[in-house]
Design a protein around this ligand. Structure first.
Ligand SMILES: Cc1ncc(COP(=O)(O)O)c(C=O)c1O
Length: 360
């Protein structure tokens, strides 16, 4: 029998439902708004801010294109990107210049890529900008389960990256009305995820069918211009999820795999991006840099290990003058450490990395 697949989209058992659990801070609080995706949560926030006269959106140059897509249907926004440092946090000098212009019209999205904290200098720039009138919106997508509460009054996150939910995003600090849940979209996503489950667990069906449906779901998200409410099925799955256990499993897998990365020939072909995690941080994945990233990723796929690249950069960044973002983007990929996997799976990923390193 072939080794089991590691990575890629979550699957969902057809009648999945949860058991009672201990709530996890703001993520499961009733005051947190529940939307269909991370970008729709940001869209809801931006729509309210556009009404209040904001029109300029400053974003760090290393981020997912979907963050910029949040402006679709949320008013008239001008997007500007600021360069990032090698740790993918915004460079403080260019950030300060960008935030000095029209502070009363400006919104900055504080994306912490892989939960990398901003340096002291950058945080001082943000404090000064806030005092001058800039609004900061915290993107908690990479730190959903890391600290119990958002630090900023305005915050959002994608939850569908962390849990098997047909749809899911969260918003804090907005009262703007959201659109109804889109049942067609939810049925497409739910169908794709349960078909993946039937394929993985029971060997039923055809892989290309659910991969096609997953892709159509992403295209529908890219095209959306409203901020839709989270579906009732995702709500009940989120309420029932034991996020404490999920955070602990992710952290344990991360630490195990990080340990493996220092062994044998692996350091020759990839090294971790980040400093070791501090405190109780629960990671989304384990980002690594590899000078032969594409060949390494193909080798992993041949061994049924599917690692995402975060992310195809937005076009203005890919075409523009952001050499650090571009060079990091060529080498970066994210090793999978999520709650579906255990120590044995992490050892297998390490073994596949080792076989590549020995022959590279
Ligand atoms: C950092 C970050 N913010 C926001 C989003 C948007 O989330 P969604 O795809 O649920 O709209 C993503 C998606 O990849 C992301 O990585």
């Amino acid at each position: 029998m072939p080794a089991r697949e590691i990575g890629s989209e979550f699957d969902l058992a057809p009648r999945a439902q949860g058991a009672p659990r201990e709530p996890f801070g703001w993520v499961q609080e009733s005051a947190t708004r529940r939307l269909a995706s991370g970008r729709e949560a940001l869209r809801l926030i931006l729509g309210g801010l556009a009404h209040a006269g904001r029109s300029r959106l400053v974003l760090p140059a290393y981020l997912c294109d979907s963050v910029g897509q949040a402006t679709q249907g949320a008013g008239d926004w001008r997007i500007e990107y600021v360069p990032v440092a090698p740790d993918l946090t915004p460079a403080p000098g260019p950030l300060a210049s960008a935030l000095q212009e029209e502070p009363d019209r400006t919104v900055f999205v504080e994306v912490q890529v892989f939960n990398t904290p901003y340096g002291e200098h950058t945080l001082e720039v943000l404090s000064a900008a806030t005092r001058a009138g800039v609004l900061v919106v915290e993107d908690r997508t990479h730190s959903l389960l890391s600290a119990e509460q958002p630090r900023r009054p305005l915050a959002f996150a994608s939850v569908r990256k962390w849990l098997p939910l047909p749809d899911g995003g969260l918003a804090v600090g907005t009262r703007a009305p959201s659109a109804p849940s889109d049942e067609e979209f939810v049925a497409l996503r739910r169908g794709a995820m349960t078909a993946k489950h039937q394929f993985l667990v029971h060997g039923e069906g055809d892989k290309s069918t659910f991969l096609g449906a997953i892709q159509r779901g992403e295209q529908a998200l890219d095209a959306a211009t409203t901020a839709r409410t989270m579906s009732s099925s995702s709500r009940s799955l989120l309420d029932a999820a034991n996020l404490h256990t999920i955070a602990a499993r992710r952290r344990a897998n991360h630490d195990l795999l990080l340990g493996h990365l220092g062994t044998g020939a692996i350091p020759r072909v990839c090294r971790p991006l980040e400093a070791p995690l501090q405190g109780a941080a629960a990671p989304l994945g384990l980002p690594v840099l590899s000078p032969t990233r594409d060949a390494l990723r193909r080798h992993l796929i041949e061994h049924r290990v599917y690692c995402p690249v975060h992310w195809p950069l937005p076009e203005p960044v890919a075409l523009g003058r952001f050499p650090t973002a571009q060079s990091r983007n060529r080498e970066l990929m994210t090793l999978v450490i999520d709650q579906r996997y255990d120590a044995e799976d992490m050892a297998r990923v390490a073994e596949v990395l080792e076989t590549f390193a020995r022959t590279a």
